[in-house]
Design a protein around this ligand. Structure first.
Ligand SMILES: [Cu+2]
Length: 177
């Protein structure tokens, strides 16, 4: 049997069967509903971060992070500087193969502008155990206004596969009273 063209030249110009039309309408309305829910969840559900993204370069971003570390480093933990920047300031977190650098120490109930960018490939910022996730791209900085409302030690893991050392890409963040 060979493949033959449909008998009607305008094969696609058929009336839509009622059942198909019903499903199209259902899917369309559901899409509209979920669109509205995105806005609702943003406001009420405390989901969907209000992040901003700006263009940058790894060099420019690293320079800012280095300056912050130099000025506000308070101690060191297994080779990583622990940085305690003043409340209200801009704080920088570098993602690179395969670390989150430095360790930030923030104060509870104080707001910060948190900047995150990658020095190389794409990484995923995931703050544990709270459910905060951001995709981190090289060439862009993600900026969030954060107000930690829980003191303690938080883990930062990479949740975007970034190579052989991906599973070792674990950082830390402190929130102190
Ligand atoms: Cu990574």
């Amino acid at each position: 049997m060979s493949i033959s063209p449909p008998s009607e030249r305008l094969w696609w110009k058929e009336p839509i069967p009622k059942m198909e039309l019903v499903w199209i309408i259902v899917a369309f309305l559901w899409g509209l509903t979920m669109f509205g829910m995105m806005i609702y969840w943003h406001v009420e559900g405390e989901q969907n971060l209000s992040n901003e993204a700006y263009r940058t370069t790894p060099e420019v971003f690293a320079k800012k992070a280095d300056a912050m570390v130099e000025q506000y480093k308070v101690r060191e933990e297994s080779g990583y500087p622990v940085v305690h920047p003043p409340a209200g300031s801009d704080v920088y977190l570098i993602a690179r193969l395969w670390q989150w650098w430095p360790i930030l120490e923030l104060e509870k109930d104080k707001s910060y502008r948190l900047h995150i960018s990658s020095m190389d490939w794409m990484h995923g910022f995931s703050l544990q155990p709270v459910n905060i996730n951001l995709q981190i791209h090289p060439g862009y900085e993600m900026v969030l206004t954060v107000t930690p409302d829980q003191a303690g030690e938080f883990g930062v893991v990479c949740n975007e596969f970034c190579g052989i050392g991906h599973h070792t890409m674990i950082g830390k963040m402190y929130v102190v009273e």
